[in-house]
Structures are given as C-alpha cells and as structure tokens.
Design a protein around this ligand. Structure first.
Ligand code: HSE
Length: 363
C-alpha cells in the first residue's frame, strides 16, 4: 500500500511513527514522507532505507497516492484537503486534526468503540477518517462498556488535561516554569515563607508564560481553546458533539463539564459523574467497564491502587486506560462517580490512526 505522511515530525506524528515502527506496521507499506518546510531534504528511514521529502503543498504529488495521513494540523488540512478533493482525488484521507471531524462525509475513528462501523464505512465508500479529540477518545475508551448498556442518561466530565494537549512549546514551558519555581524558592523554608516565595515567582515578570498564557506549574487553568456559544469552551463543546457522532446513537447522550489544564506532561485525566437510569452495583458497573476491550482496566477503590495505577504519572507511555474511584454517589444510587486517565498522545491521538491503517490494509 502506497501511503503519504504529512506532519510526521510533530508530536502526534512522531508518536504515530514510533508506534508503527514498534508494531512493524511499515512492512508492506510504501511510504512517502512530505514536508511543508523542507521538501527535497532527507526523510526518515523506517526500514526501507533513506527517503527524500516530497512537497506537502504539491497537489499532484499528494494526488498520486491512494492514502494520505496528516498530523500537520487543522490549517494545513483546511488549505490542502478541499483543493485535493476538488482536483478529483478520491483516496483515503486520515487526519489527526479537528478540521474535518464533523463533516458529514467524514468518520471519526476509535476502533475499540466503533470498529464495526469503520469497516462498514470503508466498504460503503467513506474516504475521510479522522481521530477524535483526545478527551473524547479517552472518555469513551474508559466508559464505553457502561455506555453500551444503554443505562447511562448523561455524563458530566471534569478534565485534568496535560500540557501535551496544548503543544510541544507548552510542555517545554511547563518545565521551564517548574525550574523557575525551583530556583527561586527554598523547600527548607517555613511553609508560609515557602508559599510566599512560590507566589512571588508565579507573579514575577520573568516567569515564563509566553506559550501557556499563565502560570500552569503551581496552578491550574480552567480554560482550553476558545469561547463558544452558551459559555462553554470549544474543548467542552467537543465532548458531546464528537462523542455522539462517534457513537452514532439515535438519541443524544448529553455530556458536559469543565475542561482544565493541569501540570501533567502527556496524560489527560477526567473526573466523571454518570447518571444511570437505574441503580447498579459497583460489581456490575466494573464488569461492564472491564468487558469492553483489552485496554481498559478497573482500578480498585483503595489508596494504594489509586496512587499506584490511576495517575497521569503512572499512565504515561501506556496503552492501558485505567478507570477507578468507582462508587455510587451520595447524590443517589443511580449516580456514579469515576476517575479515568489516558495517554493523550497514544489513545488520545496516534493510536486510533495507526489502528485505522491496519483495518484499511485488512479490508
Ligand atoms: N485539545 C486537546 C487539549 C488536545 O488541548 O488538550 C487535542 O485533542
């Protein structure tokens, strides 16, 4: 299968390549690597020898390929995709960006959740496949088993989103902020003195905030993306819209909450309130969640298990999506709470695309 990769050097693209190499996905593929900035330069060697970068703005070069994967970002998609389609190209476009997600002829891919629908869409002639927003993919990876019972009436999710979701510069700035705090405060000082030193650091003009817009280290940022109607941020708006498109339900599953950036590097976490239409025992809820697919893991509601297995630090680099802190709430026996974590660059971005390419080859 001949396939073009655009945006393979960025964070999501790099993780996609790493995962494809680890799973030996390049065997039997004939990849062309594209570049917007350095066409003609050396491309990556993915086991087929040296490669030369093609021009990512050259519609003819793109149009010669039956499959194109873009991790280049929404602006690139918006400028190239419509022109490529208008030129008559009918290949398969696979995208990590949100630009095409809600197009009527685009399908959102997350195969542990909608693998059957993906195969059906391929056979029916769908040609555009897009990964979901990371919080949407990770929420569904965690809770799909419970959602599938049909007993979930609505979900409220409060997110704890890692710096990687904002971008590579923001990750670097988070660490620079941590370093700034570390170098201007003394952990041996009395608590109130230490607090004052950190507070001064956060407000100091030399504190680095160009990428994040505010101190994230030692703080939390309850705003991600831009304002949309009704006071939601766009990140909050995506939850219901994208999850429902992905689930292809007859009735809307309401999902809403507050999206918050925290000082984790690459794992998003979510604290979830789930309204069921009937009381359910914790054992039954756990069984539904656990039974959905091989990557979800139910973490016992103990301090030891929670701190060892249900944190961004414990989940980074792993394909496991832990779900824990599961219990009926005092609000009523049909209210459940849960906490779930997932690697924003793996199941949140690269892995659904990598697995889609496998499905495509097998279809
Ligand atoms: N929008 C997400 C975030 C990442 O800001 O964390 C991409 O899905």
């Amino acid at each position: 299968m001949r396939i073009g990769f655009v945006g393979w050097r960025g964070m999501v693209g790099s993780v996609l390549l790493q995962r494809m190499l680890a799973e030996q996905d390049f065997q039997g593929l004939e990849p062309t690597f594209f570049s917007t900035s350095s066409p003609g330069g050396p491309g990556p060697d993915v086991g087929h020898g040296a490669t030369v970068l093609a021009d990512a703005t050259n519609l003819e070069a793109l149009g010669r390929l039956p499959v194109i994967v873009s991790c280049q970002g929404g602006d690139y998609t918006k400028s190239v995709y419509p022109a490529l389609r208008s030129s008559g190209w009918s290949g398969i476009w696979v995208d990590a960006a949100s630009a095409l997600r809600l197009d009527a002829d685009a399908m959102i891919v997350l195969d542990p959740v909608n693998g059957t629908e993906i195969r059906d869409a391929l056979h029916a002639g769908t040609r555009t496949f897009v990964g979901a927003n990371c919080t949407v993919s990770l929420l569904l990876m965690g809770l799909i088993g419970l959602i599938r019972t049909g007993h979930v009436q609505w979900i409220s999710t409060m997110t704890y989103q890692a710096a990687s979701g904002a971008g590579a510069r923001q990750m670097a700035e988070l660490v620079a902020q941590m370093r700034h705090i570390g170098s201007t405060s003394d952990p041996n000082a009395a608590a109130l003195e230490l607090d004052r030193q950190v507070a001064d650091a956060l407000l100091s003009p030399s504190f680095p905030t160009a990428a994040l817009g505010a101190p994230l280290a030692g703080s939390a940022l309850p705003w991600i993306d831009r304002l949309v109607e009704g006071g939601q941020t766009r990140e909050e708006w995506k939850a219901q819209v994208e999850a429902n498109k992905l689930l292809a339900r007859d009735t809307v599953l309401p999902i809403d909450g507050v999206c918050v950036r925290i000082g984790a590097m690459r794992c998003h976490a979510q604290a979830v309130t789930i309204k069921l239409d009937r009381p359910m025992s914790p054992a039954e809820v756990a069984e539904h969640i656990r039974g959905a697919h091989p990557w979800v893991e139910v973490v016992p509601n103990t301090p030891e298990d929670t701190l060892a297995r249900l944190t961004p630090a414990a989940t980074a680099g792993s394909l496991t999506v832990p779900v824990g802190r599961l219990r009926p709430m005092t609000l009523g026996p049909d209210f459940y709470t849960a906490f779930t974590v997932g690697d924003q660059l793996l199941w949140g971005a690269a892995e659904p695309l990598r697995r889609f390419l496998r499905i495509l080859r097998e279809s």
